[in-house]
Design a protein around this ligand. Sequence first.
Ligand SMILES: O=P(O)(O)OC[C@H]1O[C@H](OP(=O)(O)OP(=O)(O)O)[C@H](O)[C@@H]1O
Ligand SMILES: NC(=O)CC[C@H](N)C(=O)O
Ligand code: SF4
Ligand SMILES: [Mg+2]
Length: 534
Amino acid sequence: MGDVDASDADEPHHPEVDDVDPEDDTPKEACGVFGVYAPGQPVAHLTYLGLFALQHRGQESAGMAVSDGESITVIKEMGLVANAFDERMLVALSGHLAIGHVRYSTTGSSVWRNSQPSYRDVGGIGFALGHNGNLVNTRQLADEAGMLPGAVASDTDVIAELLSIELGREGAHASLESALMEVVPRLEGAFSLTLQDADHLIGVRDPNGFRPLCLGRLDNGWVLASESPALDIIGAVFIRELDPGEMVVIDADGPRSSFPFAAERTDPTLCIFEFVYFSRPDSRLYGRSVHQARIHMGEQLAEQMPVDADMVMGVPESGLPAAEGYSRRSGIPYGQGLVKNRYIGRTFIAPSQELRAQAVRMKLNPLRENIEGKRVVVIDDSIVRGTTTRAMIKMLREAGATEVHMRVSSPPYRWPCFYGMDTGTRGELLAANLSVEEIRDFLGADTLAYLSLDRLVSAIDQAGTGQAGFCDACLTGSYPVEIPVSLGKGVLEGELLVPSDARGRIDDGVRVLPVDEAAAIGARRAEAEAEDRS
Ligand SMILES: O=P(O)(O)OC[C@H]1O[C@H](OP(=O)(O)OP(=O)(O)O)[C@H](O)[C@@H]1O
Ligand SMILES: NC(=O)CC[C@H](N)C(=O)O
Ligand code: SF4
Ligand SMILES: [Mg+2]
């Protein structure tokens, strides 16, 4: 197990685990953060439960830091929450304050050293930090602070280092809060943070609010979490979402707010994919039910792209609510056409190259009796590289579907994300270089249609009123926070930088295929054809 105390929290003495399978082509999650301030309560257990509820946001590593007012203990391990902690460990972790983290890496490879929380102890102030999001000025910050190559590998550790430098400046800061006021305005990109020192729990949300963060109340305490189901699971009452650009400090006097960012930087652009795919359906974002929003997406899709068919089915899990909506609006009966193996998470890793072709069948299996002889409308929330969708359609035809009409409850995913989701480069994105008709042909569907952006936004609006404003950069190429010319996951690890190819907008009239992207598409087609032959 990966238990360490604060004194050796930064020693990379654990076996390193390679990056997750490069063949896995489903969208990657954003991380999950959690924090609880609750004197007299088993905060380590509460953090365990909170992280369990956020497991869908990251499955590479899990960790927590617990303070008893004197010292902070950090425990982190590669893998799932259930693997990282056990009862014996949690019982030993007494304290009144804790933070927790589940990781899906976006800057810095998936190794124990980069797992979170990050811990530092400087100038008599020990602190731990958990981060959901991704900085876009990581290299610049590391250079400005004079960090030596290899000193840190993740953007989160850069934040921890900057805080350490501030706390180490003679007479500059008496508290973590004061150091944060200095450091967070220098960060650019996406960051929902939870932090703690011995006696304070702190939450910070970047001025765009790319990633969610909410505040909840326990009988005698307070909770911060990426998503509201993490509050439900520990019996906390949802109070509100933190505002973009807000910092909340919680201690014995309760929570207090401040806004450390320049007012002109505040520009709410919550990731629209939190509604489409990332967040749990039982989450509330911008005061709206994610489940209801997904149902409305399906209804809008039925209005926008109707089709004559016998049955509507969803691709489990996240395609199911939109399928319900499509069925309701179209009047075509809803049925279950696929069963998903519940023990395979979102980061299913194909055990070997040979087994990769079977990977989708291990994840999804058709219900022949429901499909045979039917014209089916298949609803999914998104297609990233399309391998899952392509294999799934083939499976449905083998199970006897006479027609397969694919409907996607979001627009084509054409641009890479730099704000906390790891989708790879443009060359890896199916819709980046192919027309809808070419994608339909590649997937082997009879028809294919995507929900328009206007209708997607209006579906979310139908689920409630209140704050709005979205990032839709992966759909439009319009990035709310500027991306440097080159930005890649290994920006601090000496890897060849991956060109972001991120600027500008799609010109639908002209498709320009850089040589490497054309090669990537060609290779994928050849691979698919080889699969077909086997
Ligand atoms: O680009 P593709 O290969 O077509 O993959 C896209 C699929 O991956 C995601 O589902 P995932 O299985 O990760 O999770 P879910 O069960 O929550 O829907 C997404 O919801 C699509 O179904
Ligand atoms: N997906 C995320 O939110 C990742 C957080 C951070 N950028 C990391 O790589 O650890
Ligand atoms: S680029 Fe896409 S996935 Fe990334 S934050 Fe924006 S909407 Fe979300
Ligand atoms: Mg899915």
